[in-house]
Design a protein around this ligand. Structure first.
Ligand SMILES: Nc1nc2c(ncn2[C@@H]2O[C@H](COP(=O)(O)OP(=O)(O)O)[C@@H](O)[C@H]2O)c(=O)[nH]1
Ligand SMILES: [Mg+2]
Length: 440
């Protein structure tokens, strides 16, 4: 059974997500494994080296940016490296006059031609279709039918000559915004097809050449893309059949081999089943990480608010503020959150990790809750009898109340010593908490 790149990547991902303690050693071994997966998927040695060097540099040699844990930072960096290859942004066909689709037989070219035409039509443009596949007898009729369905003109050459069809189509549809050329495929790229595509490319002189590959293509995607690329330089990749179980990992190999980016995804047999490539969505699925978007947002939410920073620096940071921070952190619950983001995986979390953190937070919260507002604002008034009362009220030991007060004082000092608003921005608070034994 061929190993699917998507599957291997998502297994690797699980390692990052569920390692009990993500430390440098763990990151290093993750990078090694990633190298193996990418090399197996035929991503070139140089590219694999570049990706792993970048991961090392960003995740091992430098600290995660404030507000991000190493785990989050690693996921984010991996995402950035992958989109560097696959494409950073959605693309558009506006202004592309001649669009040529190429790919092997059955990859979904003809269907995609119709989908793209419909997509352009919806944008208020006037597209047309040209049948350049006369290798398969039924192909021109298939395209005609598609054109009829969506009310888009289709040109077919009477002599079943792909070159004549292309020339006539260009003349006939001169006034249209875009002309989409559907070409022939084979089971493999043989000399006949190669020659035909080369010649068609010269005649059409396309503004956009989209290589159509199915999501389950696997590692051969790289070699195939390279071969097609030599015949007619490809400018983009369309991955079809994304509605199946395959994650489209072959795209990584195809993009790596050609430098082309993913532009569209086919998500079904109907002509509406076309999606513009969206980097976050595509990579989420590729690596099996439920919701990259949510992670990025959570990471940002974790950043400390400007107003709180000011308070701390001015020395007015109180136990009440501290309580708010603990609550915010609990809401975030990094591990919990991550688990929730992977729907239906049925993973149980390493509970012991969560408990240490949560127990401590719960106690600290209870203690602060048992204080009067004055005590929260000005902990220096908390004397022995007050401590007794607070411990009783919160169901904790007096020593625990004292510990919290000590930690709070230390924390205030530490925060002050970290100096200036600049040093405290974005996540500095989390760093401080980390020093006090919280796993973040
Ligand atoms: N499920 C699914 N089927 C698709 C998709 N795109 C194309 N197909 C089907 O794949 C088969 C081959 O498509 P076709 O466009 O004829 O491929 P071509 O030989 O490259 O022109 C047809 O049965 C299509 O309906 C897709 O995104 N999802
Ligand atoms: Mg076809």
């Amino acid at each position: 059974m061929p190993t699917s790149l998507g599957k291997s990547l998502s297994n690797l991902m699980k390692r990052i997500l569920f390692s009990k303690r993500l430390d440098k050693k763990e990151v290093e071994s993750f990078i090694k494994e990633l190298q193996r997966v990418l090399l197996q998927a035929d991503v070139s040695v140089e590219l694999v080296k570049k990706i792993s060097d970048n991961l090392r540099k960003k995740c091992l040699e430098t600290k995660p940016p404030p507000g991000l844990t190493l785990r989050e930072h690693l996921i984010k960096t991996l995402y950035e490296e992958l989109v560097e290859l696959l494409g950073k942004e959605p693309s558009s066909l506006i202004g592309k006059r001649r669009i040529m689709l190429i790919g092997l037989f059955g990859s979904g070219k003809t269907t995609t031609a119709g989908k793209l035409a419909k997509y352009l039509q919806k944008q208020g443009l006037k597209p047309a279709l040209v049948a350049c596949d006369y290798h398969r007898p039924a192909a021109p009729d298939q395209l005609k039918q598609i054109g009829e369905q969506i009310g888009i003109p289709v040109h077919v050459n009477k002599d079943k000559d792909p070159f004549k069809a292309a020339k006539e189509g260009m003349e006939k549809f001169k006034q249209m915004d875009s002309i989409i050329f559907d070409t022939a495929g084979r089971n493999a790229l043989d000399k006949e097809l190669a020659d035909e595509l080369k010649k068609l490319g010269r005649i059409i002189n396309p503004d956009e050449v989209l290589l159509v590959i199915p999501a389950d293509i696997g590692k051969v995607g790289g070699k195939q893309a390279e071969e097609f690329n030599k015949l007619v330089g490809i400018t983009g990749v369309v991955i079809t059949k994304m509605d199946g179980t395959a994650r489209g990992g072959g795209a990584l190999a195809a993009c790596a081999a050609t430098g082309a980016k993913v532009k569209f995804l086919g998500t079904g047999e109907r002509l509406d089943d076309l999606e513009v490539y969206d980097p976050i969505r595509f990579v989420s699925r590729l690596i099996g990480f439920g919701d990259l978007q949510a992670l990025m947002e959570k990471a940002r939410e974790a950043e400390i608010k400007e107003e709180d920073v000011k308070k701390i620096v001015e020395g007015s940071f109180t136990l009440a503020d501290f309580y708010k921070q603990i609550e915010a952190m609990q809401k975030m619950g990094p591990l919990d959150q991550l688990a929730q983001m992977i729907p239906g995986l049925g993973y149980t979390l390493p509970q012991d990790i969560l408990q240490i953190q949560e127990e401590k937070m719960k106690k600290w919260k209870a203690i602060i809750q048992s204080m009067t507002p004055e005590e929260r604002e000005n902990p220096s008034i908390i004397n022995k009898s007050r401590i007794e009362r607070i411990a009783k009220g919160s169901g904790t030991k007096e020593s625990e109340v004292r510990e919290l007060l000590r930690q709070f004082e230390k924390m205030k000092k530490l925060i002050k010593s970290m100096g200036g608003i600049k040093g405290l921005k974005r996540g500095a608070f989390q760093k401080v908490l980390k020093r006090f034994g919280f796993k973040m």
